[in-house]
Design a protein around this ligand. Structure first.
Ligand code: GLC
Length: 795
């Protein structure tokens, strides 16, 4: 069953069956002001931090699933009937009203046809301003005059998610609201600069600033008293809960249309006045749409693909790039699942996200990398979850501190080795090398960056510390310790050992050595080559078990993921990383990936491990406490799936890589929404595994490492387009049914128009490479501005 389709011409996903099984979300804003919004305009906004600087409120994990939001009600003054432009919150009968939602890149448009009216509501956050624009149009499509009243509604937040949710005997008396000159202002009495506003391009005929006056006691957003009675009450108050409701009465002749802009913004009434003047001009609104379109076009132009796989084209050119960008921007803490209670950066997640799109967002990737380097303790481990602002603050205590929150001292923020996650900082090595390869900026390695616990070192020195930490933190068998967790949050091996981390360590070392070579650090090249060889040898001797690689060894010496195991027998992470890292070769590598295919493959993607754990075992970790088939306990955990695509490409198996790609591919599940439930334009954190009755149900869109990693593996390994320090490498690994593909890549300012031909229908191998008509060994760095034709014949 499907609920919508991809409209690639407009880069939109069009939902035309609006009663979706779950919220399908989008992200508005590409700078500090951001809104997370779903298919019925439920959602919330924040400025900079979803934890400390909320603009509007959201009731996460509640019923209904998506309130409050940004609602526009229309009431017929003659019949007294009313509806909302988005299906919810009024929820008109779908036999009588038709609703669509079009999620685009940084905007969402809602449309509604009801009772001879055609209405639309476009939501977006323009670049350069801290405001959510609601662009509302109402058209009379009937043949009688219509007397209408329009009401808006949004619920303001008390800024801090904690204050929104606790100690109401305080918070309820510290925020006030007022409406003057057509501008509603909420002020946060306890915060000197705590103001937000709501205004419109029209002179309102009424307003309500007090939530409970607009909604009415015993009413909800579905049937606000102001709307059913046809009149706002003019409420404003010092204290209480506040909303933004403006009323506008108007009459439409047959065929007539009215357009109004509403604006929810950050700042005082004076700022509201400025914004109101600016966006009361429809040309300014339209110009902001064009600006956003250009912003995304510019990003998309850095790599555009045209392959025989329509789903891959759609995802790589539009949606997976978008998802990866959103992760780099919002760092995984703003969604309908992560409702903003945690902010800052998750070390491993951010490092991986920053690795994946240095071509489309070099500035943000660089910023993230530097923040993570600053969050590195001088012993070489990362602060698992930290706020970069900790290190940016001049001094503490300049902003308001709630009397209900216990202050945390700066010293407590730098956690010890015992709380380190074994993989966290290792991901940063590749993020740095990918950044340098993309930009050519070798000097980045010499940049001085402070450590979290004081002192400073160059980027290069930070990298060595990271590699050395993993070399030191090994267990009895010489394999890296699992510590608090490795990539798998629920595998808590402590002093036990993690196969995945040792493979990851090897990969990081292999990424580091070419950089050391480029920088002429011969001693380091020798030292880390030896370190790599040692890691490889230990992996090879300790971690192999008959048909595949084990996952780890508990502190008590019990191996996990062995041939003999009844539960958690085969694991994806260790086998994919054995091959992807290059540590496993030959028969072992082949067999490891065969085991992945044989035991972990499902039509919905690869299981993280199988069979699911059913018995609690604290020596293995929390994974044994999660229900079978969910999350880390044998679901199709999406993030590691692209590791397996890349591993198959390392082995030259383009057919299997594509089989795995296709299984997870959300595009392919567009018509199976009765099972998948979640949006088909976004990878989700996990898909319920086969040991659970809801096998195939996807959960937690957007904020997952599968966004960036699927982009990374598909473009760099499957399509094989990979920048190196001094040349652009193109070494595809594709299905043998493909005749080839085309791509355009902008790299260091020059454009490469790439055509790959596959006349012999191989899966891997480049027979000839021709650049601008000349056969060459590799593709050099060309001067900025030029366009070059690259022709590759596989064979
Ligand atoms: C979640 C976490 C990520 C972790 C993964 C597996 O996605 O954000 O850090 O690697 O789960 O446990």
């Amino acid at each position: 069953m499907k609920y919508g389709h991809f409209d690639n011409e407009h880069r939109e996903y069009v939902i035309d069956r609006i009663d979706l099984p779950t919220s399908w979300t989008n992200y508005l804003g590409v700078e500090k002001f951001a809104t997370v919004i779903n298919h019925t305009a439920g959602g919330y906004s924040f400025y900079d931090s979803p934890e400390y600087h909320r603009i509007s409120r959201f009731r996460g994990n509640a019923v209904p699933m998506d309130r409050p939001g940004y609602y526009v009600y229309l009431r017929d003054r003659d019949t007294k009937d009313y509806f909302s432009i988005t299906w919810q919150p009024v929820g008109k009968d779908l036999q009588k009203a038709h609703y669509t939602c079009r999620h685009g890149l940084s905007y969402t448009v809602y449309e509604c046809e009801y009772d001879d009216l055609f209405c639309s509501q476009k939501m977006s956050v323009p670049r350069g301003e801290n405001v959510l624009l609601w662009d509302v149009k109402v058209k009379n499509t009937g043949d009688r005059e219509r007397n209408l009243s329009l009401f808006t509604y949004l619920e303001f937040s008390f800024h801090s998610i904690a204050i929104d949710n606790q100690n109401f005997q305080m918070s309820l008396y510290c925020a006030g609201s007022s409406c003057r000159d057509g501008i509603i202002e909420e002020d946060l009495y306890y915060e000197p600069e705590g103001y937000q506003f709501f205004t419109s391009s029209v002179e309102p005929d009424g307003f309500d600033c007090v939530r409970d006056k607009f909604l009415g006691t015993y009413h909800t957003e579905t049937d606000p008293v102001a709307v059913s009675q046809g009149k706002c009450s003019g409420s404003e108050e010092k204290g209480g809960n506040h909303c933004g409701s403006l009323q506008k009465d108007f009459t439409l002749q047959p065929g007539e249309e009215i357009r109004m802009i509403f604006m929810l913004g950050e700042g005082r009434r004076a700022e509201g006045q400025r914004i109101r003047r600016k966006y009361s001009d429809f040309d300014a609104v339209d110009a902001s749409y064009e600006d956003l379109a250009r912003y995304w076009e510019e990003k998309a132009s850095r790599l555009r693909i045209n392959t025989p796989h329509e789903g891959m084209n759609t995802l790589i050119n539009i949606w997976t790039l978008y998802q990866s960008e959103i992760n780099v921007m919002f760092s995984r803490f703003a969604s309908f699942i992560e409702v903003g209670g945690r902010t800052g950066l998750g070390y491993r997640d951010t490092a991986q996200d920053a690795m994946t799109i240095p071509h489309s967002n070099p500035e943000k990737c660089r910023e993230r990398i530097l923040q993570l380097l600053n969050g590195l303790v001088s012993q070489g481990y990362g602060l698992h979850l930290f706020d970069p602002a900790w290190f940016e603050e001049e001094e503490e205590g300049d902003s308001f501190k709630s009397p209900t929150v216990i202050p945390v001292s700066k010293a407590d923020r730098v956690h010890g080795r015992e709380d380190a996650c074994a993989d966290d900082a290792l991901w940063l090595i590749a993020a740095i090398t990918e950044y340098i390869k993309e930009t050519g900026d070798l000097s980045f390695a010499g940049k001085l960056v402070p450590f979290a616990d004081g002192g400073e070192g160059t980027v290069y020195e930070h990298m060595k510390k990271i590699l050395d930490f993993s070399a030191e933190e090994v267990g009895k068998n010489g394999v890296c310790k699992g510590l608090r967790a490795d990539w798998n949050d629920c595998l808590n091996l402590g002093g036990g050992e993690s196969a995945m981390v040792s493979f990851l360590h090897y990969w990081a070392i292999m990424n580091f050595i070419p950089l050391a070579e480029r920088l002429g650090r011969e001693e380091d090249v020798k030292h880390y080559t030896r370190m790599g060889e040692k890691v490889k040898e230990i992996c090879d001797t300790v971690l192999w078990d008959k048909e595949w690689f084990i996952r780890g060894i508990t502190k008590e010496g019990k191996k996990i993921g062995t041939f003999e195991d009844k539960e958690g027998r085969v694991h994806l992470e260790s086998n994919a990383w054995a091959v992807l890292s290059g540590a496993a070769k030959g028969e072992k590598a082949q067999k490891a990936m065969e085991a992945v295919d044989q035991y972990l493959y499902t039509p919905w993607g690869l299981l993280l491990n199988t069979p699911a754990y059913t018995k609690v075992d604290p020596s293995i970790g929390f994974i044994t406490k999660v229900y079978p088939g969910l999350k880390e306990n044998s679901s199709v955990f999406s993030h590691p799936n692209p590791w397996a695509w890349a591993a198959e490409c390392v082995l030259g198996n383009g057919n299997t890589a594509m089989k795995f790609y296709d299984a997870l591919c959300p595009y392919n599940q567009n018509d199976k929404i009765e099972i998948r439930e979640a949006e088909p334009y976004s990878y989700c954190q996990f898909i319920v595994g086969k040991d659970h009755k809801e096998h195939g149900r996807a959960r937690h869109p957007f904020m997952t490492g599968s966004g960036g990693w699927s982009y990374f593996s598909a473009t760099r390994y499957m399509l094989g387009i990979r920048p190196d320090y001094d040349f652009l490498n193109i070494d595809p690994c594709i299905p043998d049914t493909w005749d080839g593909f085309e791509a355009t890549r902008i790299w260091r300012g020059a454009t490469y128009e790439i055509e790959v031909k596959n006349p012999e229908h191989v899966q891997k191998g480049v027979k000839t490479l021709c650049v601008d008509g000349v056969i060459r060994e590799s593709i050099p760095v060309f001067p900025e501005g030029g366009t070059h034709r690259v022709e590759i014949i596989m064979g």
